[in-house]
Write a protein that binds this ligand. Sequence first.
Ligand code: 5GP
Length: 350
Amino acid sequence: EMSSNKKLFVRALFDYDPNEDPTIPCKDAAVSFKRGDVLQIVSMEDDTWWQACHFMDSKSRAGLIPSRQLQERRVALQRPKALFKPRQVKPSAGSRRSFRLGRKSSWAREAARSRRWSAGVHGSIRPPTYMEVIPYRRDPKDRHRLVVLVGPSGVGVNELKRRLLISDPDHYGVTVPYTTREKRRQESEGVDYHFVSIRLFEEEILNHRFIEYGRYQGHYYGTSVDAVHRVMAQGRVCLLDVHPSKIKRVYTSEFKPYVVFVKPPHIEELRLTRRRAKFISDDDDANPEEDFEDMIELADAMENQYGHLFDKVIVNGDIALAFRELKAELKKIEEAEVQWISAEWTCISP
Ligand code: 5GP
């Protein structure tokens, strides 16, 4: 919990506009903020209204903001209304999609989703309000922060990763996965994979050495914590793409993950840009049209459940633009004098 005898900083996980808040005691004494802003908490004495100011803005004066408790109550009241907005389900006859995602099942899924929101990575069931953060000044001899890229499959995470690697191969790096399958002739140990025995792989599973692993055609494949260490020890920025549920495995001060969520654009833009990309490259991996709605739905679900862990959200409509934005963002955090990292990481020493 937050302690009161030191400077306390939080990252806001929601937008707040006092002009749209009829319950604020005094509009002029309130502070507005956007999701992602860093606020310095000045007083938490009142249970309902805290006092805070914007950290970066020297002109900013302290004012009222909703307390965590108040915001949690509000979210609890608002959630069901926002979530049960009826979705339009096209009744196109014989469509695989309308069969799988009838109105009822999609509502049931959203209800389940609304029960799952959690604020801390370590399991506390709370709606996201404020996350305590601390300033981090990276020394040039410190390792770079781990960059975690997440997003629904097909959204372009792999392509962004590929472009980053090509753009600066000495600066970025990726992990070498482990597998239990046989090495193919053109492959080399430690480059394409670490080829290991089933016994060793299963031992490593039991020792929690994998960030994620899975089975494919009877073989194990997985990414280990050590593989990330190795890339970071080379002085590189390690790029890791995993399902957002795996973030908690690297949510420690040794990795200081910077999490980028790649999300699809609006459905019309998605159709347009992906059709164009397919036309140019004749890319067989490109998503067939009927998967677009699924991708958007999955992206929404990810944002709902893990959004509080995302440092940056990038919309991938045009891949060239998305890449430029990502690269600029990574440069910016590397050069920033102060970065704001989770205060949770101070208690978990490497
Ligand atoms: P291959 O055996 O042809 O090199 O890879 C086959 C499949 O294994 C890949 O398409 C991918 O789905 C899966 N795979 C490769 N590396 C990993 C990994 O690190 N983790 C998981 N879960 N699957 C992987």
